[in-house]
Design a protein around this ligand. Structure first.
Ligand code: CTP
Length: 417
């Protein structure tokens, strides 16, 4: 079954549907797992919900049974003649535990088998995704850190929790990422056979378009939506990377498991990218920084004066890609640029892009032909990837997610070399 069929629910036979085990452990975020379950079932996945006893304090068995259309058990004794922990674990294409509490992570890391969910975690041989949710202190505790490290070493994808409002009045890291974003990670993991090839790698992705203020209400900006950069961040997280997304005026939801730094201007984008790049194995500049900014920003709104024209004096912004490429923070760091080009009298799109690859000094340049505004805000993209060490790689029209995976394939290959 293809990813698109799964997405549209176009599967014909129940047996062809990807089989997903949704484990739910006992945290207040269990209610959000109802939305994840709905997204999975509506997009054609066959979902078996396996809550822990504690999870049923938050959302009852009737809700899980009604939403999944299947009976729900928490122990290995219900329908024991079917040996459910082996049957469910072996037939799963994916196990996702959302929310995963500190206790569930501890039991999974230590190989405990004291309820149906932990038994399934031992019998499943498919990809396993944990979406932890807990208070910041619990997430940061040495015991939890060690348990997460153990699970990652064994090949599980443990998504970094989001930062935000927690139960009660406190705020911090430990929030369950939005169900839609966990769903995207699940789809990505199911669609790919490559595994977590970016595990242990740290990557920085920039996205969106910068805004250079003219006065308190006006700015110079551009049409970049941030969709491609967000797709790059999301897919890197799904491949196991530790991801920092530097987002310039992006109004999309934060991808699950990604550290998001929000910026507005090219100067701020530069500072955030340069600081995150210090510990990065790869930097991908998918953002569209403004090339010019006003020399001065007016502190009050600029008023019209009669019919006279307004002249703005502009100065060039720093070229972040060229700076990062010239001054690699780590040996072997892979730097990727994007080129939104339209051909002109001086050359074709590819001529201009080849010159840009040399000028910027990056390893890979992802070239989009943007004549007529193609690409901006669109879900699909077509590109040519130019590199310093291989022939141009044509990527046919496809989703921005598909292009993101091709780019990470290229990066992963260079990181291994
Ligand atoms: N870029 C950058 N800093 C800038 C401008 C662009 O890091 N001040 C990066 C973009 O993120 C992208 C690449 O450079 O990865 C190419 O962007 P593009 O706008 O095509 O190139 P420019 O340098 O602006 O070249 P020109 O407009 O002259 O074609």
């Amino acid at each position: 079954m293809t990813d698109d069929q799964a997405a549209s629910g176009a599967s014909t036979e129940a047996t062809e549907r990807p089989s997903v085990v949704l484990g739910v452990s006992g945290g207040i975020a269990a209610y959000k797992a109802c939305e994840l379950l709905r997204r999975l079932t509506e997009s054609g996945h066959d979902v078996t919900v396996v809550p822990t006893e504690a999870a049923l304090h938050f959302v009852g068995a009737a809700t899980w049974a009604a939403l999944s259309g299947k009976p729900v058990a928490t122990d290995v004794w219900t329908d024991a003649h079917e040996v459910p922990h082996v049957r469910i674990g072996r037939s799963a294409d994916l196990v996702v535990v959302a929310p995963a509490t500190a206790d569930l992570l501890a039991r999974a890391a230590h190989g405990r088998a004291d309820d149906l969910l932990t038994n399934i975690l031992l019998t499943a041989r498919c990809p396993v995704v944990f979406a932890p949710a807990m208070h910041t202190e619990m997430w940061e505790h040495a015991a939890t850190r060690a348990n997460v490290a153990t699970l990652r070493e064994r090949g599980a994808l443990v998504i970094e929790p989001a930062v935000g409002r927690l139960t009660g009045a406190d705020t911090g890291k430990g929030r369950l990422p939005e169900p839609d974003e966990i769903f995207e990670i699940c789809r990505d993991v199911l669609a790919r056979s490559g595994g977590l090839d970016l595990a242990g790698r740290s990557v920085v992705v920039s996205a969106g378009g910068t805004r250079e203020p003219i006065d308190p209400v006006r700015f110079l900006g551009n049409r970049s939506s941030g969709l491609q950069g967000v797709a790059l961040a999301r897919t890197a997280a799904a491949r196991g990377a530790d991801v920092t997304l530097v987002a310039a005026n992006v109004s999309l939801p934060d991808p699950a498991g990604v550290k998001v730094v929000r910026v507005e201007t090219t100067e701020q984008l530069r500072d955030a990218v340069v600081s995150a790049a210090v510990s990065a194995d790869a930097v991908v500049m998918a953002a569209a920084p403004a090339d010019f900014r006003p020399v001065a920003t007016s502190e009050s709104k600029i008023k019209k004066s009669g019919d006279s024209a307004l002249t703005l004096e502009l100065t060039q912004t720093p070229d972040i890609l060229a700076e990062i490429s010239a001054d690699r923070a780590r040996p072997g760091q892979v730097v990727v640029g994007f080129a939104a080009e339209t051909g002109d009298d001086s050359g074709s799109v590819l001529d201009l892009a080849t010159a840009k690859l040399a000028r910027k000094g990056c390893d890979l340049l992802v070239v989009n032909d943007v004549a007529g505004g193609a690409v901006f805000g669109q879900p699909d993209n077509r590109a040519v990837i130019l590199s310093t060490d291989a022939a141009p790689h044509d990527v046919p029209l496809g989703s921005k997610t598909a292009l993101a995976h091709v780019i990470w394939d290229e990066v992963a290959r260079r990181l291994q070399d």
